[in-house]
Structure formats: C-alpha cells, structure tokens
Design a protein around this ligand. Sequence first.
Ligand SMILES: Nc1ncnc2c1ncn2[C@@H]1O[C@H](COP(=O)(O)OP(=O)(O)O)[C@@H](O)[C@H]1O
Ligand SMILES: [Mg+2]
Length: 587
Amino acid sequence: MLSSRQRRALRLALHFIAPYRWQALGALLALIVTAGITLSMGQGIRLLVDQGFMTRSPHLLNQSIGLFLLLVLGLAAGTFARFYLVSWIGERCVADIRRQVFNHLIYLHPGFYEGNRSSEIQSRLTADTTLLQSVIGSSLSLFLRNALMVIGGIVLLFITNPKLTSIVVVALPLVLAPILIFGRRVRSLSRLSQDRIADVGSYVCETLGQIKTVQAYNHQAQDEQRFAGTVEAAFDTARKRIVQRAWLITLVIVLVLGAVGVMLWVGGMDVIAGRITGGELAAFVFYSLIVGSAFGTLSEVIGELQRAAGAAERIAELLQSPNEIQAPSTDKARLPQRVSGELALQGLRFSYPSRPERFAIDGLDLHVRAGETLALVGPSGAGKSTLFDLLLRFYDPQQGQILLEGQALTQLDPQDVRRCFALVSQSPALFFGSVEENIRYGNPLATREQVEDAARTAHAHDFILQLPDGYQTHLGDGGLGLSGGQRQRLAIARALLVDAPILLLDEATSALDAQSEHLIQQALPRLMHNRTTLVIAHRLATVKNADRIAVMDQGKLIAIGTHQQLIASNALYARLAALQFSEQEGR
Ligand SMILES: Nc1ncnc2c1ncn2[C@@H]1O[C@H](COP(=O)(O)OP(=O)(O)O)[C@@H](O)[C@H]1O
Ligand SMILES: [Mg+2]
C-alpha cells in the first residue's frame, strides 16, 4: 500500500521518534482513550434517547447525563495529553533533525557545495523540516486517530445495525478509489511545488546579497521580471495542486455524505416500521457522521503525509550524502602535537569536480622546507589558490600526494591537518558578529591581550579603536561596514591568533592601501618567524621577503629560485616582475 519512498520517509520519522518512545507511547495511549470515549458517546446517545427521553424517567436521565459528563471530563483530559505530547514530539524531532542535518553538512567536503546550491540546502533545512514537523506533530496523530475512528465506528455500526452498515461497506471502495487516484496526483504536484518555493528563496537570497551591484547596474527591472517569473511558476504549480486537492475533498464529501443520506432514509423507514428504536437510529447517525468525517480528514491527512514523504526523502538525501574527505577508518596516521611545517608535493594532479576535463593542478612537484617562506607567483588562473585548497584538504588530488611532516594528507584526519594551517584567503571571510568574535574565530580561548596583540601585528588595532564600539563593534553579514583593506587586516589578525605552524596567505595584502601594506610588510618577518609560510603574492616587497619564489602557470611549476635568479632565467617571471612589481618599485 505504501510506496518505497513513503516507507523510507516513515523509517526516517521512526528513527527520530525512537528516543522519545515513552512520550510516543503516552500519546498513543491518550489517542486510544480519546477515540474510545468519542466512540462510546454513541452508546450514550442511544441510552439517552431510548431510556431517558422515551421512558420519560428523570432518574434515568440524571444517570445518563452524569455518565456523559464523566466521559466529557475523560475526553478533555485525554485530549490535553494527546495534543501536548504529540506536538511536543513533533517539535522535538524537528529540532533533532535540524541539528543532525546541520552537524552533517558542516563537516561535508566543500566540493559538495559546488553541485548543490547552499540556498537550496537552506530551504531544505527550514521548509522541509517544517513540513515534517507538521506531520509528526499533527498529521500522524490525526491519521491514527481518524483511522481508529473509522475502524471503531464501522465495528460499532455493525453492532448497532448490520443491515444499514452493509451500505457503508458497499460505498467504501467507491469512496477509496478516487481518493487514491487524486492523492497520487497531489503528491507529485507537491514535490514540484516545494522545488518552486526553494527557487523563490534562493533567488531572493542571491539578489539581496548583491544589492549594491543590482542597484549600480540598474538591474532592478530585470530582477523584478525574473522574480515574478519564479513566483508565478510557484503559484502555478500550487494552483494545480490545489485544484486536485479541492476535487479530492469535494469527492469525499459527496460520496461519504451521499452514503449517509441513503442510510438515513433506509433507517428512517425502519424506525417508522418499528423494526429499530429511535435511540438506535440516533446512535447510528452519530457513528455514520463520525466515520464520514473521519474519512474526510483521513483523505486530507493522507495528502499531507504524501507531501511530507517528499520532504523526508530530501532530508534523508542530505543526511546520507557521504563525506568524501575523511580520515581512513583503519590505520589513521597521527601528527605530532606541533609539526615543523615541512611540506612535500609529489606528482600532484587535480581537476575540480565541476570541470573534470581540465587539470587546475597539473603534475606539480614541490618541497617546502620547515620554517621557509615561499612566495607563489603566476598569472591569475595558474592554480595558486587551488594549491591552498589541496593543502587544507578541501579536495583530494586525483594523482600524486601531499606529505605533511612526512605523512600523506589522505591518511590524516582533515581536522588534524587543518589545525596545522592558518589561512588568510583571497576574499577575507568575516561573519556576522563583533570584531573581537571575528578575530577570535579560530581560537576562542585567546585572552583579550592576545587578541589585541594579533590586531596590532596586523595593523588593525588603530582602526578598530576608531569604530563606534571598538572591539565590540558589530559587523553585518560578511563583515559589512568595513572597507576591503580593513577586512583583510582583521583576517590577518585572525590567522595570527591561531598561531599555526604553517601560514597560508592568499594575496593577503592585495586590498591594502600603500600605507598599511607597508606596515604589514614590516611586520611580515615577525609573522613568518618560526613558521612555514606560503604566500601568494602580487607585490615585489612580499616576494623579495621570501626565501624562494615558485612561478606557476597553468597548474604547473615552471621555475623556482630567488628573485635575482628568476629575473635572469625565467621569461614569465621577468614579465610578471616588469608588469606587476614595477609600480611598487618606483614608489
Ligand atoms: N571551484 C572551482 N570549480 C571549477 N574550476 C575552478 C574552481 N576554482 C578555480 N577553478 C579553476 O581552476 C583554475 C585555477 O584557479 P585558481 O587556483 O583560483 O587560480 P589562481 O589562484 O592562481 O588565480 C582556474 O582555471 C579556475 O578557473
Ligand atoms: Mg587565487
């Protein structure tokens, strides 16, 4: 009856409910009790009509009403427990799911995010989990309750009057068939609808994130149009789904209540003929209404459950996406507490997963001595930043290997590897939060003095003090509110604070003005002291500070040596030097 997809969804739900089995048991109990009480009300009605009204005995009426009030109390208490427990489980499970998905995502290899837009993932974390929450926190219990009502109601109908009940039994397949057909259509449209909504979310995220570019190029009109397209597509899909669902509900009502009408007519004839009592008919009508409305709810809930099956599947997909960058499960190598910083790259060949045909690193051999400062130069696109990605084990090379302290990176835990590096990336990444939190990012235990020390060395201290709240100044998303050079200096301070044996600077001084560049240049010897430093450099001053210079082009190492040696022997370096370094030299 369930598709394999729904079974998988159900398994996922059960997996997350399992830790709360006692609460779930309590909810189930409350559910059964309330359903039982509701059903027994029918018998109460029969007694009330036949013994209270028909016998005209106030004593019996008192008794019946007393029983009725008792049942109401039980129903109220049971409903409270059911509602509270079921909603609690729903919220609790979704909190667990969100945490588990996030905890999985945050360790996942960066290559994963090239094939999956992060905005789409974000919508899975919010929209899909909300859908699941509504299922676990209400639909599932509605489903169980109404299923119980239908089953119990039909049993009691049979007990009350088998002849009338046969009408229900005949009508049942007539009701079920269209429900199943429309349910299937609703399900496939729901999935589409979800995807469309995700499209809307990611479009907003992207456009608003680049608001200055949007406005600078007067791109609003085009954006309005494109956004309208996305929204209308979402509306269109939703409308189709609604149509199917409206038909579903209408059909259920017509078929179910039509059957009830027929029963009333047949039963009414029996009462008139004296074959059954009025109380019996009243109870019968009560049960038919319960069964009818339970059926209606059931069909709606099934639609909801089908919608959630899609959501659960997408969440399961996320949870099961494998992490490609991991330590080997057996024979994991270990690094000493503090590595000396020696690096060896051997026959390295790497292409990005999105562009497998082109090697970004193409047969690279390089040995970096402990404590050495190595400058990497080369035209843009040469593969310099990619090399850093490989060192940090964001990707594993297709061929060759990188040895850190004599150990192959692929044999190491990525977290162990990354502890050895401090990175200042090409586009300094700051986070929403205070200046101090941003500097402390890699070393939350650092003292205030250490933070300020790092900021001083990075020549950030002075400008930080001029910010409205100094170190406590809050930065917007991505460090909004700072200039490019200021961001870069914060990023440098952050890298200094982690005090890692290997420092990776990716054009770390490119956005600095001449003045701060000069200051940082003076600090560089102190930064590089006792550290292995790889610096991707565009400025002669940085390059000249290095022990050796490696020239890269098209993923290959084409020359290595000192400035003087390379100027004399390497045409590309001579050209780069003439073009890129001359302007600073003349300064
Ligand atoms: N995420 C990526 N996916 C596919 N190709 C990439 C990616 N990042 C960089 N590349 C490509 O790899 C090559 C090397 O890039 P990169 O290492 O950033 O160069 P550099 O830092 O030397 O300017 C370029 O051709 C670039 O287009
Ligand atoms: Mg680069």
